[in-house]
Design a protein around this ligand. Structure first.
Ligand SMILES: *Cc1c(COP(=O)(O)O)cnc(C)c1O
Length: 397
């Protein structure tokens, strides 16, 4: 590493709160599926800013739309209307089949809103304030107090207790364990359709259908967190659309704005009509014109570029190739995932493999200690997958 990069990193470590162990790279720019550091070194990106930059870097139409909106107005208050938010909400309804949208600034904030909506729904039903929410072990829903309370990783939660109360945990893909936690106080069940941070575990169809049926039977709201697995990553716009079930409330963020900080929680009319109402919830920035221009443009570009088709094609290709790799190496214990969210589980921590890959110009990220996660921009090609695999194989010792 050169003097200049070293200096920036020292400055960063002196100024930023130390909540991340960062890789020793300072980025300059991105282009397509490649990133460049400030020394001009090129990297093939299979991280996409953690499943954010779905369209790849430097998409001309996307950049131009944002620049044009900057010159008009970046922010107004939610006490008024703005065209980008109206357009974005209409398009989100169309691609999700949900009926009502609330824009947020992040994934965690979308989860907070979903939890509040569920509590309000139950409160309006029986007037009680002791409702319970069931969440999944090994889930990840974000770092704010409510989202953390439903995150199934005790290590993340411990130092911050007490979080919001009345949360119960069940095992993902184990319907009996969910059923065992249900009481007459249960107001919602929250889960990711594909667990991301927890190690790339897709919900089984049987599990999701049974949970949906249970929710219908007991008037419990099903909240699906699609922040990582949604927006095309599994090959359908939202991961739950592959299963023939529909959530009552869903959350989205990450790729929804492709880099502009924005998220949303959405719900069905039935839920919305017995839930949050005027004065119950708000956010200053949420859904501002700049953020919503991003959402609106991203949805258009998904259509124009046939992104879903590409995810299915290249995702299937990557699936077969990673299967072959898993066959070949004894140190690879499992291969999971769907579309362009896949994981390889090793019999040891994968930190060294990731460092060697970075050295060779490939960006990868873990999901838990032993799992490498593959979450590239959704516009990757089969050739990009081959290039990635060639480097990866050199890094497995
Ligand atoms: C990233 C993530 C979140 C949190 O999103 P932030 O924007 O980081 O707050 C919540 N749920 C899932 C499934 C995620 O992957």
């Amino acid at each position: 590493m050169g003097e200049i990069m070293k200096k920036y990193i020292d400055d960063a470590e002196a100024a930023l709160l130390h909540t991340y162990n960062r890789y020793q790279i300072v980025w300059d720019k991105g282009d397509g599926v490649y990133m460049y550091d400030i020394e001009g070194k090129k990297y093939l990106d299979f991280v996409a800013g953690i499943a954010v930059f779905a369209l790849g870097y430097n998409n001309r139409e996307y950049n131009d739309a944002l620049k044009a909106q900057i010159d008009k107005v970046i922010h107004t208050s939610n006490y008024y209307y703005n065209i980008p938010a109206i357009e974005a909400a209409k398009k989100l309804k169309k691609i999700s089949g949900m009926d009502r949208v609330f824009f947020t600034n992040s994934g965690a904030e979308a989860v907070e809103g979903a939890l509040k909506a569920a509590r309000k729904y139950a409160f309006l039903r029986d007037g009680n304030t002791d409702h319970e929410i069931i969440a999944m072990n090994h889930s990840f829903h974000g770092r704010t107090m409510g989202a953390l309370a439903v995150t199934g990783n005790p290590h993340y939660r411990e130092a911050f207790e007490p979080l919001i109360g009345n949360i119960k945990f069940a095992d993902f893909n184990d319907f009996d364990s969910v059923k065992a936690q249900v009481t007459d106080k249960t107001c919602a069940i929250i889960m990711e359709t594909v667990q991301g941070e927890g190690g790339i575990y897709p919900a089984s169809e049987d599990f999701l259908k049974k949970v949906r049926a249970l929710c219908d039977e007991k008037d419990i709201l099903l909240i699906l967190d699609e922040i990582q697995c949604g927006m095309g990553r599994t090959g359908s716009m939202f991961a739950w659309q592959r299963y023939g079930v529909k959530p009552d409330i869903m959350t989205s963020a990450k790729a929804i704005g492709c880099g502009i900080p924005v998220g949303a929680f959405m719900m069905t009319e039935k839920t919305a009509s017995h839930s949050l109402t005027s004065g119950d919830h708000g956010t200053t920035y949420g859904g501002n014109p700049l953020a919503c221009t991003a959402v609106s443009k991203v949805i258009d570009l998904f259509d124009e570029l046939d992104v879903l088709e590409n995810v299915r094609n290249v995702g299937d290709y990557m699936y077969d190739k990673l299967d072959e790799l898993a066959e070949k190496y004894d140190c690879i214990k499992a291969h999971r995932g769907v579309g362009l969210i896949q994981g390889l589980e090793f019999d040891r921590p994968v930190g060294d493999i990731i460092l060697r890959a970075l050295d060779k110009g490939l960006m990868l990220i873990n999901a838990g200690t032993n799992i490498i996660r593959f979450i590239p921009p959704l516009i990757v090609t089969k050739q990009n997958v081959d290039d990635m695999l060639n480097i990866l194989e050199e890094c497995i010792l």
